[in-house]
Design a protein around this ligand. Structure first.
Ligand code: C5P
Length: 252
């Protein structure tokens, strides 16, 4: 059997060369990491959940005209995506103060922000993905001003879409991280949403109880991460075929 070529292995995913030029197979691992991989565990089924959830969000975005790398799901853990040149930025959108922002500014977690705020970190594990201002991004050539304007506009559309979808499932979207890639079509370059959108890269709180349904469950030892992700998937009607299938009920 021919061996496929591994292009990259990250903390939560592996990328393989796809079947056609310009495509990549994205494999979701069960590994959970936090604090720049200082904390690590393997959680049975996490990859399956994130594969499904990322498919769900990317398909929805494609449908409302926000271009993404997603092409199709291949199996439980793999999806086919468009290959693109990743912009070396983590684009973070925040609706409520939490995490590093709450810590940096001494804000209470959950405090509503005056408006959705977009910030950028430079993608570099060795440096711990430092927060960077636009000035750095443009001066160092990581993205142009036009790219940044497009990225902010797209990130805010993703925020509106994700906030609405989550609201419908009784979940508050506190913040999230996305990444963008460049694809070239003839003389033109287009930015698309790449990587993944899953509870690994969002903060999701139950609207009623405030319970956390995202990776903070793992970061802060709050219980079972896969239970939390399964709950998100269940509420969105996105459950992997072999999980949570209704059991036959005996009728007297
Ligand atoms: O830690 P911080 O508060 O800056 O994270 C903001 C959001 O970005 C959170 O939803 C977090 O899960 C996500 N994030 C991520 N990957 C990182 C850093 C943050 O997905 N490397």
């Amino acid at each position: 059997m021919a061996r496929r070529k591994k292009i990259y292995e990250g903390k939560a995913k592996i990328l393989y060369e796809g079947p056609e030029p310009g495509t990549i197979v994205q494999y979701f691992k069960d590994d959970a990491t936090a604090f720049n991989a200082e904390k690590h565990d393997v959680l049975d089924g996490k990859g399956v959940l994130n594969n499904r959830l990322s498919e769900f969000f990317m398909l929805g975005l494609n449908q409302i005209g926000v271009p993404t790398h997603f092409l199709k799901r291949l199996n439980m853990r793999e999806q086919l995506v468009r290959s693109c040149e990743i912009v070396p930025l983590e684009v973070i959108v925040r609706n409520y103060a939490a995490g590093s922002m709450a810590k940096r500014l001494g804000l209470e977690e959950g405090q509503a922000l005056p408006r959705p705020m977009v910030e950028f970190s430079y993608k570099d594990d060795a440096l711990g993905d430092p927060l960077v201002p636009e000035e750095y991004i443009i001066s160092f050539g990581w993205a142009s001003q036009q790219d940044l304007d497009d990225i902010v506009a797209l990130a805010l559309r993703v925020n509106d879409f994700m906030s609405g979808v989550m609201y419908g499932a009784g979940i508050k979207l506190i913040d999230f991280k996305i990444e963008f890639g460049r694809v070239y079509e003839g003389e033109f370059m287009r930015l698309i949403v790449a990587d993944e959108i899953s509870p690994d890269s969002c903060r999701l709180w139950d609207i009623e109880t405030g319970a956390k349904l995202d990776k903070d469950v793992f970061r802060r030892d709050l219980g079972s991460l896969t239970d939390a992700y399964t709950e998100v998937a269940r509420r969105l009607g996105v459950l992997p075929a072999n999980t949570g299938a209704p059991k036959p009920t005996l009728i007297n």
